[in-house]
Design a protein around this ligand. Structure first.
Ligand SMILES: O=C(O)CCC(=O)C(=O)O
Length: 265
């Protein structure tokens, strides 16, 4: 049985505690949405070539990772800090980017790992929140084209549900291009399979507390020149204030120049 996606009218904070997600409607400006869609396709080609070259292409069709730093709409999206207040309130403290990926869900890519029941944070931290997901819908999400399955309240369950338990309880995250689905990363979820001839694209971002290691060392990867164009808030969200010092000299610095700033928790 599949349940309709309930329109979530509760406060994001309460919805994240109860069901484990909230949907923010039309959170991405239209002009940016069009560019994000195009740029996902071109960055995907580059990332896919590396997956294949390194022999890990199988099961990853349609997925791509670490989309920043290509001078594209992805960089413009992160600079907007979508739903910054809501994410900050989820942690009750500063947070940083853990990953910025994308998924092109097509009929022919049904076998990927994203379609399996999973949660995105491997350590189950009970009531202590470590990570939050942000799924940016670049196309409308429908039950036919693979709207994400979410199991309500399952962020509180330490164990993976059976296929039967999951499919019985799950709702489908239907929505419109430009909506952003935010969910607790402990929530058990799965991409749906796409039965249509059109692709269903999404950006998949995760954020954590600053002391949690990101999937890629973004400050190192993007570099100091990149940071010069950023506001202090975006710089902080990209992890520039939560770096591990790389030398004794870098360790012994006045507060303003420390690699790991004292306000990062
Ligand atoms: O694309 C989807 O529907 C789900 C994405 C997902 O599973 C994830 O970001 O972990």
């Amino acid at each position: 049985m599949t349940h309709e996606f309930p329109t979530n009218e509760t406060e994001p904070r309460d919805a994240l505690s109860a069901d484990g997600w909230f949907l923010s409607r039309q959170a991405v400006p239209d002009a940016l949405l069009i560019r994000l869609r195009d740029d996902l396709q071109s960055i995907y080609k580059k990332r896919r070539a590396i997956q294949i070259r390194n022999g890990i292409g199988e099961g990853m069709v349609g997925t791509c990772h670490h989309l920043l730093g290509e001078n594209s709409a992805m960089d413009d999206l992160i600079k907007l800090l979508p739903l910054h207040d809501e994410v900050r309130s989820f942690f009750g403290s500063p947070y940083i980017l853990n990953s910025f990926g994308g998924f092109i869900n097509k009929k022919e890519n049904a076998e990927g790992y994203i379609g399996a029941i999973h949660r995105d944070v491997r350590t189950f931290s009970r009531d202590f929140r470590l990570m939050i997901n942000m799924l940016v819908m670049l196309d409308d999400f429908t039950t036919e084209n693979g709207a994400t399955y979410l199991m309500p309240g399952s962020q509180h369950d330490p164990d993976k549900p059976t296929e039967h338990q999951f499919r019985d309880a799950a709702v489908r995250a239907t929505g419109t291009a430009g909506d952003i689905l935010v969910f607790d990363s402990r929530l058990w979820h799965a991409a749906g399979s796409n039965a249509t001839t059109q692709s269903r694209c999404a950006l998949t971002l995760t954020f954590t507390r600053p002391f949690f290691k990101p999937q890629l060392d973004y400050p190192q990867f993007l570099g100091e020149n990149y940071a010069m164009s950023l506001s202090p808030e975006v710089r902080q969200v990209l992890g520039y204030d939560a770096q591990v010092p790389r030398s004794i000299d870098a360790f012994y610095q006045p507060p303003a120049r420390r690699a790991y700033k004292s306000d990062q928790g």
